[in-house]
Design a protein around this ligand. Structure first.
Ligand SMILES: [Zn+2]
Length: 204
């Protein structure tokens, strides 16, 4: 008989793609379905991500599920003990340590569902998602729609000149862009000598 999911075993699912591709919506949908089946679920998010709420994960379309804010992946492992299904949102903020934590949780028989960005704002692979894709049983890669031309989009266009890798933000700081419209240095190159405020407002 063909099984769609492993029996008597845990596994890892990764939901990835660019911003605005519906990763969190898909994570929430899977967590809800497990909850309806009376499985014990727990959802974690990094405490760094305070865009919407400290106690809930909210997708860009405002769908909500209760979540536990944690500082690092060690806490995820400790707090997952009593649960069958472990969800992790915004996995790119947990770093490479998350890979071994997910592996151990799956080896304990848990279903681990990880959502996170696969590329940073320069279009480079964003750890730990590339490593998680390699060891996961199931992979879903979502595309957004390019906000410039309407093509399928898998890149995160940062709309400010900030060059640090982690800049928390939503629609005010990022756009989904396709391969052609993606310009990682667009705002850096335009930066005038006296600051970039006027460039941002000109493009708002
Ligand atoms: Zn485009």
């Amino acid at each position: 008989m063909l099984q769609h999911t492993p029996v008597n075993s845990g596994w890892i699912e990764v939901i990835t793609g660019s911003m605005f591709s519906g990763k969190t919506e898909e994570l929430i949908r899977r967590m809800r379905r497990a909850e309806i089946a009376k499985q014990k679920i727990v959802l974690f998010k990094p405490s760094i991500d305070e865009r919407y709420s400290t106690d809930f994960v909210v997708s860009h379309d405002k769908r909500v599920i209760e979540a536990v804010s944690v500082e690092d992946s060690k806490q995820i492992e400790i707090l997952s003990k009593a649960y069958d299904v472990v969800g992790i949102d915004e996995a790119q903020f947990f770093g490479l340590e998350l890979v071994e934590v997910c592996e151990r949780l799956a080896n304990q028989g848990k279903r681990v569902i990880v959502s996170g960005l696969d590329q940073d704002f320069q279009g480079k692979p964003f750890e730990p998602i590339p490593q998680l894709l390699a060891i996961a049983e199931f992979i879903t890669k979502n595309l957004a729609i390019c906000m410039v031309c309407g093509n399928p989009a898998n890149r995160n266009q940062r709309m400010t000149a900030d060059q640090s890798r982690v800049v928390i933000g939503g629609k005010e700081s990022y756009e989904a862009r396709c391969r052609t419209c993606f310009q990682p240095n667009e705002f850096v190159e335009k930066k005038p000598k006296d600051g970039y405020e006027q460039v941002i407002s000109a493009n708002a």
